[in-house]
Design a protein around this ligand. Structure first.
Ligand code: GDP
Ligand code: IMO
Ligand code: MG
Length: 425
C-alpha cells in the first residue's frame, strides 16, 4: 500500500487534521516529521472535538500506530498534558505511540527566549510566533547545543539540563527577561519526563520496516504550510522547519523514494495567522464574512486568522516545490453564501505581471492580486456526497483551481465532520 505525505499548501490551518483522520481509516502508521506544538490540528469525531498539537492525528483511530519523528521539537509539558487528556477521553495510546529518541526538547528557556525576542522586535518586524519556543529550540539543534528526548533516559540528564539553564540564563538576562532556577525547573519537569520515558525509542528501524512493507501504509502528517517553510516561505515570517514534502526524509529518517504520493491540503480560500505579507488578504466585508463563517480562530493560540481569497499562485508554487500529486480542497462550504468568489491568478508587481512567488518579502508585499471572478452558488454544499451533487458553479470553481494549478482535486471537504468529505476517483 502507498506511503503518502500530506502537506499544508498555504499558511497553515488548511484542515490537515481532518484529512489525516479521514485517511487513517485505511492507514497503519501516522507520522509527524517536523514542527512542534505550534501546530493545532482539529479533528471532529461525532460530538467530540480534539485539537492535537504534537500527537499525530491518527491517534484517534485504533488501527493506527503513531510516531513523533526525529524532526520535531517536543515540549514535554505540552505533550504530557495532551496525552493525558487523550487517555482521560478514552483514547488508547499505550503500544501505539512512539516518540523518537532523536527528537529535540523544547524547554522553558526556549519559550522564554521566544517571548523575549519577539518583545524586543519593532512592531513591523514581529513575526507573531505562537510563543511555543519553536525558533529557539530549532536554533539550538542547528547550533548543536540542544537536548534530545533520548538524553532524558541518561543518568546525567539532570546535570545536562542544569548546565543548559545556566547558559540560557545569561541570554535571558541580556534580553531583560527573568532567569530560571535550575532546581525548580527540574522539579517542574520531573513528572512529565517520567510519564514520557516509556514512549521514547528509536523510531527509525520500525518506520523503515513499515515503509518497505507492501502490506502497510504510512501517512506522513505535515504541520504548518509551504508558505511558512523556512526556505520557501515568506522568510523571516515563517516557522523554523521544512514544512513541505522534502522535510519527510530528514524528519522521519526514511529514504525520499519511499514516498509514493503527495497530497496538498488547501482551503477553498486563504488564511494566515501571525505577521507577514499575504497578497489576497481582505479588509472588507468579504474578509469578515470568511472569518465568521469559517470560524477562523487559531487552534493553538486562539488568535483571529487573517482571511482572503484563494491564491492560485501560492497553490501552484506549493505544488511545484512539494511535488503535489493531488489536492484535498477544504472548507468549500464556507463559500456557500457568497455572491461573488475570486481566485487570484497572477500578481501585479510595480506594473509587471508575475505568476510565481518572489523570494523578496518587500516585493511580495507590493504584489497586488489579479482576480478572476466567479458567480457564487448560493446554496448549501454540506450535505453533498458526490461531485455530481455539487452546484454547477461550485464545480466550475473547482475545475478552474485544477486548471491553473495543474493538479487534480481528489478530496473535497464540505464540513468539519468525517462524513462531510467527498472522495473523487
Ligand atoms: P490544520 O492545522 O491544518 O489541521 O487545521 P486547523 O484544525 O487549525 O483548522 C481547520 C479548521 O477547519 C478546524 O476547525 C476544522 O474543524 C475545520 N474544518 C476542516 N474541514 C472543514 C470543512 O470542510 N468545512 C468547515 N466548515 N470546517 C472545516
Ligand atoms: P498548523 O499545523 C498556522 C505561524 C505563527 C507565526 C509563524 C512562526 O496548525 O497549520 P512559530 O511559533 O512557529 O515560530 O511561529 O508561524 N504558525 C502557524 N500558523 N498554523 C500553524 O500550524 C502554525 N504554526 C506556526 O503564527 O506566524
Ligand atoms: Mg492548525
Amino acid at each position: 500500500m502507498a506511503n503518502t505525505v500530506l502537506i499544508g499548501s498555504q499558511w497553515g490551518d488548511e484542515g490537515k487534521g481532518k484529512v489525516i483522520d479521514v485517511l487513517t481509516a485505511d492507514a497503519d502508521w501516522v507520522v509527524r516529521y517536523q514542527g512542534g506544538n505550534n501546530a493545532g490540528h482539529t479533528v471532529e469525531v461525532g460530538e467530540q472535538k480534539y485539537v492535537l498539537h504534537l500527537t499525530p492525528s491518527g491517534i484517534l483511530r485504533e488501527n493506527a500506530k503513531c510516531i513523533i519523528g526525529n524532526g520535531l521539537v517536543v515540549d514535554p509539558l505540552g505533550l504530557t498534558e495532551e496525552l493525558q487528556d487523550l487517555e482521560k477521553r478514552g483514547i488508547s495510546i499505550q503500544e501505539r505511540l512512539f516518540i523518537s529518541d532523536r527528537a529535540h526538547l523544547v524547554l522553558q528557556y526556549h519559550k522564554e527566549l521566544d517571548g523575549a525576542k519577539e518583545a524586543k522586535l519593532a512592531t513591523d518586524k514581529k513575526i507573531g510566533t505562537t510563543k511555543r519556543g519553536i525558533g529557539p529550540a530549532y536554533s539550538d539543534k542547528a547550533d548543536r547545543c540542544g537536548l534530545r528526548l533520548g538524553d532524558v533516559l541518561e543518568d546525567d540528564f539532570e546535570e545536562m539540563f542544569r548546565d543548559r539553564i545556566a547558559t540560557k540564563n545569561a541570554m535571558l538576562t541580556v534580553l531583560g527577561a527573568e532567569v530560571l532556577d535550575p532546581y525548580e525547573m527540574i522539579e517542574t519537569y520531573r513528572a512529565a519526563f517520567n510519564y514520557l520515558k516509556p514512549f521514547i525509542c528509536d523510531t527509525v528501524p520500525m518506520l523503515n520496516t513499515a515503509v518497505r512493507d507492501e502490506n502497510q501504509s504510512v501517512l506522513f502528517e505535515g504541520a504548518q504550510g509551504v508558505m511558512l517553510d523556512i526556505d520557501f516561505g515568506t522568510y523571516p515570517f515563517v516557522t523554523s522547519s521544512s514544512t513541505g514534502a522534502g522535510g519527510v526524509a530528514a524528519g522521519a529518517g526514511v529514504p525520499p523514494h519511499s514516498i509514493d504520493d503527495v497530497i496538498g491540503i488547501v482551503k477553498a480560500y486563504t488564511t494566515r495567522v501571525g505577521e507577514g505579507p499575504f497578497p489576497t488578504e481582505l479588509f472588507d466585508d468579504d474578509g469578515t464574512e470568511l472569518a465568521k463563517v469559517g470560524n477562523e480562530f487559531g487552534a493553538t493560540t486562539g488568535r483571529p486568522r487573517r482571511c482572503g481569497w484563494f491564491d492560485a499562485i501560492v497553490a501552484r508554487y506549493a505544488a511545484m516545490t512539494g511535488g503535489i500529486d493531488r489536492w484535498a480542497l477544504m472548507k468549500l462550504d464556507v463559500l456557500d453564501g457568497f455572491e461573488t468568489i475570486k481566485i487570484c491568478t497572477a500578481y501585479d508587481c510595480d506594473g509587471e505581471t508575475i505568476d510565481t512567488v518572489p523570494a523578496s518579502i518587500t516585493k511580495l508585499a507590493r504584489c497586488k492580486p489579479i482576480y478572476e471572478d466567479f458567480k457564487g452558488w448560493n446554496c448549501t454544499t454540506t450535505e453533498c456526497k458526490t461531485l455530481a451533487d455539487l452546484p454547477e458553479q461550485a464545480k466550475k470553481y473547482i475545475k478552474r483551481i485544477e486548471e491553473i494549478t495543474g493538479v487534480p482535486v481528489a478530496i473535497l471537504s464540505v464540513g468539519p465532520k468525517r462524513a462531510s468529505t467527498i472522495v473523487i476517483e
